[in-house]
Design a protein around this ligand. Structure first.
Ligand SMILES: [Zn+2]
Length: 303
């Protein structure tokens, strides 16, 4: 085992997952807690997770603490805005500074999808990929030629807010007909409400059992996810597109449905067929918390 120990925190809307990893990104310990409301409470909860990881591993964990969080992140300053679970919208919250004071460790912060892409690249070994996060919304992160592409304004990969339907419904971003209105976990929850299991799981199970309406809803949803895959594939042409985010917990059924939709969309186009998109589609590994592991790796790759 490498002597170095790294800490990564995945601060989500409902839970904070912390991992301590060795220098090669292998998980040594995991701590999970519920995400409280409000910036001060989130910082305190995150600091508690770091303390618990220190206790569990017996390491002093003196290295950098990496944090992945939903929102717009200024990586250089470690500040975040539009982070709904932190209760911050328009103003910047200096998350790295606050958490550094609370933990006594240097802290780096990045967007959660970027962190997940880094973790997924590390775990899968792919150096050229787009990670498609299909969760409450829809977003992508790109590792191109081994480098994370954040964009000049940290907006690279915000493909959920590409307006694709001028006659579509209003989006929370202020536009109409955005891609994420049809290709996200929220879209599934609206079309196939379920309470005892995640809606995407309920939908794909019902479709697999032969429910005709579920088959239609599943295939329409998969076609919109396939649109997102074509979008990123034709924009940056990565070796692989990884399906991640909450909806990807459906697993192989999701990959198969999206691959089938890609094949259907390519039937009339020798050009699209030549790209062999269905075979370039993979699921993010389900046995490793890629967002938390990627956050730990941030300490190695951030400026
Ligand atoms: Zn939008």
């Amino acid at each position: 085992m490498s002597a170095a120990t790294m800490v990564g925190l995945d601060i989500g809307a409902t839970k904070v997952l912390g991992v301590a990893t060795d220098g090669d990104g292998r998980v040594l310990a995991e701590v999970l807690t519920t995400t409280p409301l409000g910036a001060d409470a989130v910082v305190a909860a995150a600091a508690d997770v770091v303390t618990e990881l220190r206790a569990r591993t017996g390491h002093r964990l003196e290295g950098t603490v990496g944090v992945g969080i939903p929102g717009i992140v200024d990586v250089a300053r470690g500040a975040v805005k539009h982070a709904v679970n932190l209760g911050v919208e328009e103003e910047w919250l200096p998350l790295a500074d606050l958490l550094s004071v609370a933990t006594g460790a240097p802290v780096v912060v990045d967007n959660d999808v970027n962190a997940a892409a880094l973790g997924a690249a590390h775990v899968t070994g792919h150096q050229d990929l787009v990670y498609l996060s299909i969760g409450t919304g829809l977003a992508a992160a790109s590792i191109l030629d081994g480098r994370l592409r954040r964009g000049a304004h940290a907006a690279a990969g915000e493909i959920g807010h590409i307006s694709v339907d001028p006659a579509g419904r209003p989006c929370r971003c202020g536009q109409v007909g955005c891609l994420e209105i049809a290709a996200s976990g929220s879209a599934v929850a609206e079309l196939w409400p379920a309470t005892d299991v995640p809606p995407a799981r309920a939908l794909f199970d019902a479709a697999a059992a032969g429910d005709a309406k579920a088959v239609r809803v599943r295939d329409a949803f998969a076609a919109r996810v396939a649109d997102a895959v074509r979008l990123v594939a034709l924009t940056v042409d990565p070796e692989v597109v990884l399906l991640g985010g909450g909806v990807a917990q459906v697993g192989e059924d999701l990959r198969v449905a999206v691959a089938r939709a890609l094949a259907v969309q390519a039937t009339a186009s020798p050009f699209l067929r030549s790209l062999e998109l269905p075979s370039r589609l993979e699921l993010v590994p389900s046995d490793v918390p890629v967002a938390a592991v990627g956050a730990a790796l941030l300490g190695r790759v951030s400026p």
